[in-house]
Unconditional design. Structure first.
Length: 353
């Protein structure tokens, strides 16, 4: 019914996380709060009314948590703030979506369960002149053709030892740090949350398999005015469920450098506890080998997600990784992205001169 609108035009967003604010599936909401805080008017969660984003997520300052859209009369969009496995819309949320549409508020979703396939939502949107925007909906039909990129472009890609280890945050934090240093750099989103933050991108996990590499390749070609392109990662090359997306993305963006992201202490593939993770050195070897089939590439740094470690244990983990791999490492949440930005600038000097 509606193509992707200008997502950055929304300046009074209500994030819908009803009953799920404290779950891992609320990562869309946390991402939007972290990187578009100025555009978020409220979080809608009837279980957490009276709280603030700071109390829920540990950041977001005094963004209020409300129990209904009626408490936010200036709202211009309702963003669905969860990214659950399977990407289905909770049935209990449909009345909230209908209320938004009846108020003329656009509804933005990153779920696999497309809003435009629901006749009741479509009818309400049409009646009240509101929009249904499915961020993952796409019409990509271009196969990759091993495009040549400009010689003055540096392509950096975040890869992971597993899903949900912070690849998007790492990429955005490196972008922030490089921009602070004056570099001409750009974050390129490949997932629904990244697209909601950046306003554009390719939802690679919802692109037909044959067209993933082509869609990513074309995205990069549209952004060659950026000297450094920072490509968000998806999945993991060893995850039995999502490795196809990871491979297509890797070959589509043809990075010269990769940042390996991992969660300290995680031993098994997310959602598949019977599938053990490989060693970090094995991931370095495999990613470099597979990426090299398309373009010479190497892992230049490691991003440690130390959320389960105290400060002393995290410092020890960073030292261990640096010694084991001979690569710079840090946790962007606690250390900032300076170490990773240094690695990108070093590679830029080596590759571009």
């Amino acid at each position: 019914m509606h193509e992707r609108a200008d997502l950055l035009s929304y300046k009074n967003i209500v994030l819908l996380t009803d009953g799920a604010s404290r779950s891992g599936s609320a990562k869309t909401a946390t991402g939007v709060v972290r990187y578009r805080q100025q555009d978020v008017a409220a979080i809608l969660d009837r279980d957490e009314v009276g709280s603030t984003a700071q109390q829920l997520f540990g950041f977001g300052s005094e963004i209020p948590v409300v129990g209904s859209l009626g408490e936010v009369p200036t709202a211009d969009a309702l963003f669905i703030g969860i990214a659950p496995a399977g990407g289905n819309l909770p049935e209990a949320w449909k009345p909230i979506l209908l209320e938004a549409l009846q108020r003329g508020v656009d509804v933005v979703s990153g779920l696999h369960d497309f809003l435009v396939n629901d006749p009741q939502l479509v009818a309400a949107a049409r009646k009240h002149d509101a929009k249904l925007i499915d961020v993952r909906r796409n019409h990509e039909k271009t196969v990759a053709d091993h495009a040549s990129f400009p010689a003055n472009n540096l392509r950096i890609h975040a890869v992971g030892h597993d899903c949900s280890v912070g690849k998007m945050v790492v990429t955005l934090e490196v972008e922030r740090e490089l921009q602070r240093r004056g570099a001409n750099t750009r974050f390129l989103a490949t997932g629904q949350t990244g697209i909601m933050i950046a306003g554009d991108g390719v939802p690679v996990d919802c692109v037909v398999a044959d067209f993933i590499s082509g869609a990513v390749e074309q995205m990069l070609l549209r952004n060659t005015d950026a000297e450094i392109m920072l490509v968000e990662g998806q999945g993991s090359i060893s995850h039995p469920s999502f490795s196809g997306v990871t491979m297509g993305l890797l070959h589509g963006c043809a990075p010269q450098g990769m940042i390996l992201c991992y969660e300290a202490g995680r031993t098994a593939v997310k959602g598949l506890p019977h599938v053990p993770l490989k060693s970090l050195s094995e991931y370095v070897r495999v990613y470099e080998t597979i990426a090299g089939l398309r373009y010479p590439s190497r892992v230049i740094a490691v991003a440690v997600n130390g959320k389960n470690l105290d400060d002393a244990a995290l410092d020890e983990e960073v030292r261990r990784v640096q010694d084991e791999l001979g690569l710079p490492a840090c946790d962007v949440y606690r250390h900032g992205a300076g170490v990773l930005a240094d690695a990108v600038e070093k590679l830029r000097t080596e590759v571009l001169g």
